[in-house]
Design a binder for this molecule. Structure first.
Ligand code: FAD
Length: 508
């Protein structure tokens, strides 16, 4: 019957959003088809390159994605970079800052893709950082984003070799992390945890070697608001407090104010979880601070305003890299001290506002705190493709519930978005899953409503690959098997292949 012609969706980005949407789409109808395009030769996005290696259970979602990928109606095109629609787009998109441009990837303009699919779903995630926007951020050595560090310890091919020539953990003792979300706690845990407790997972060998040389023994995690506005979850806090040999400290006055507030406002949003978290923090670390060889702290009500160079170093010290003057290292951070104020929307006549919704306001006071290295953990950020409506302020593709819209709010036919690219870089894999399901259902409803539409020409990769290698699902299974085998020999989950060149080599 004419109604049974294949309905094809092109998915851009092989992270949780892309895979969950694909699986949902395939479950909708027998004539559903999915082609998924992924920049890297490896699938799974941040499940592979974000989620911490010592949380392997979180990566169980990959089994579900494998099931989807084995459906004969699904095709995987790895090592394919979907790029913008304007003539100059290829080079723009391929030069994402802080990454090695993937000259090995096959570029396909989004506009071309749209000619082949009933709907194109953009789920290419967030591959940049939100900046702090303060002096010193881009010029001082030993200042890096949490994302770069996370990518490094997870063996992301664009970041796998960045650390050794730039940062020497064997010379650093005191780390500061700006931001208090779960990513900040992941970074702190990887820095403080005994390296031997990481060996069984999939941390690449060269990363383990560098972590084994690390002298970092103090990590301060700094937030602009107070304990009641902590973005980190109780589970991650507990894990940090239980780290063997690692002590914890916190300003007891600030903490007791928070405990008082949570008691005083039983209707506070998330009151129970907050109470639990405050109790946990008040209980301190399993290893008492005085007995600990390493420690961490949560520091509140401070916003960094300037990063200052270390005074012991000359600005023109010769670098190991010939001809390049080595930048000065960070030595300290200048913070403005904040106070918490009710949101401006809270009217004075209403009952007293919920303290957990208070925001930070700068006072005239400031302080300077020393540090050897600084991690910016204030959020990931998506990149717009030239020609695609992008909300620069929020850093997401403009969309209405997943339907891509232009500046005027007008729908762009057949174009959808989901996951971190659509909602912003927050939310765990489960949130991303529900979001992807909703978007896939929306696509199905829209296509059903559109009724009979002429079939588009089937997508053929050889029209675009130009002699470059496109990685199929079977190719990925080869990489996966090699990684597991190499891991088994070393008594670990897997030894990741960390360069695109080697990935392409092993799949021939
Ligand atoms: P992503 O996972 O980023 O996937 C996007 C994919 O698109 C990537 O594979 C990327 O390579 C690809 N891509 C990019 N550009 C292109 C292009 N031009 N063409 C083709 N493909 C492209 N959640 C949990 O539930 N538990 C955790 O413990 C947890 N830990 C986390 C730790 C960190 C450090 C981070 C950053 C996140 C963590 N999350 C965790 C959240 C979880 O990773 C996200 O909710 C989820 O990965 C978002 O999925 P996504 O598909 O939108 O984006």
């Amino acid at each position: 019957a004419a109604a049974a012609r294949p309905l094809r969706i092109g998915v851009v980005g092989g992270g949780p959003a892309g895979f969950y949407a694909a699986g949902r789409w395939l479950s909708v109808a027998d004539n559903a088809r999915v082609d998924l395009f992924e920049l890297l030769p490896t699938p799974f996005g941040l499940a592979r390159f974000g989620v911490a290696p010592d949380h392997p259970e979180v990566k169980n979602c990959e089994h579900k994605f494998e099931e989807t990928a084995r459906d004969p109606r699904f095709r995987f095109f790895g090592n394919v970079q979907v790029c913008g629609t304007q003539a100059s787009s290829d080079s723009t998109v391929l030069s994402v800052p802080n990454t090695t441009p993937s000259s090995l990837a096959v570029p396909i303009p989004l506009e071309k893709l749209r000619q082949h699919y009933d709907a194109v779903l953009l789920t290419y995630g967030a591959s940049l950082d939100r900046p702090l926007g303060i002096p010193g951020e881009d010029t001082l050595k030993n200042v890096l984003s949490a994302r770069t560090f996370v990518n490094w310890y997870n063996g992301h091919p664009y970041h796998s070799s960045f650390l050794a020539p730039l940062i020497d953990l064997s010379k650093l003792e005191h780390a500061t992390i700006i931001g208090q979300g779960n990513v900040a706690l992941d970074v702190a845990r990887i820095l403080l945890k005994d390296v031997d407790a990481l060996r069984e997972y999939d941390v690449p060998d060269h990363v383990l070697a560098e972590l084994a040389r690390s002298r970092v023994k103090r990590v301060d995690i700094v937030g602009r608001r107070g304990p009641l506005q902590l973005a980190a979850t109780t589970k991650e806090l507990r894990e940090m407090l239980n780290l063997p040999g690692v002590g914890f400290d916190i300003d007891s006055q600030i903490l007791s104010d928070a405990v008082r507030d949570v008691e005083a406002y039983p209707k506070m949003e998330g009151a129970r979880a907050k109470k639990r978290a405050m109790g946990l923090l008040a209980g301190g670390s399993k290893t008492p601070l005085a007995e600990a060889s390493k420690s961490w702290s949560l520091q509140f009500l401070q916003s960094p305003v300037e990063l200052l160079p270390s005074s012991t170093e000359g600005a023109t010290a010769p670098s190991a890299l010939e001809g390049i003057t080595s930048p000065q290292s960070i030595g300290a951070v200048r913070y403005t001290l904040n106070e918490l104020v009710p949101p401006s929307s809270a009217s004075s006549s209403s009952s007293s506002p919920d303290p957990s919704q208070f925001s930070a306001r700068a006072t005239s006071e400031s302080r300077i705190a020393s540090t050897d290295i600084l991690f910016k953990s204030v959020g990931y950020r998506s990149i717009g493709l030239p020609g695609l409506p992008f909300d620069e302020r929020r850093g997401i593709v403009r969309n209405d519930q997943g339907r891509v819209v232009d500046e005027q709010g007008k729908r762009i036919d057949g174009l959808y978005t989901s996951g971190w690219l659509a909602r912003g870089p927050t939310g765990v894999i489960a949130t991303t899953m529900f979001d992807a399901f909703a978007t896939a259902d929306l696509v199905a409803a829209d296509l059903a409503q559109a009724g009979q539409v002429e079939e588009k020409p089937e997508f053929r990769i050889d029209e675009y690959s130009g002699g470059k290698k496109v990685v199929s699902w079977e190719d990925w299974e080869v990489i996966d098997r090699i990684e597991r085998e190499r891991g088994r020999e070393k008594g670990k989950l897997r030894e990741k292949v960390v360069s695109v060149e080697e990935m392409l080599e092993v799949v021939g």
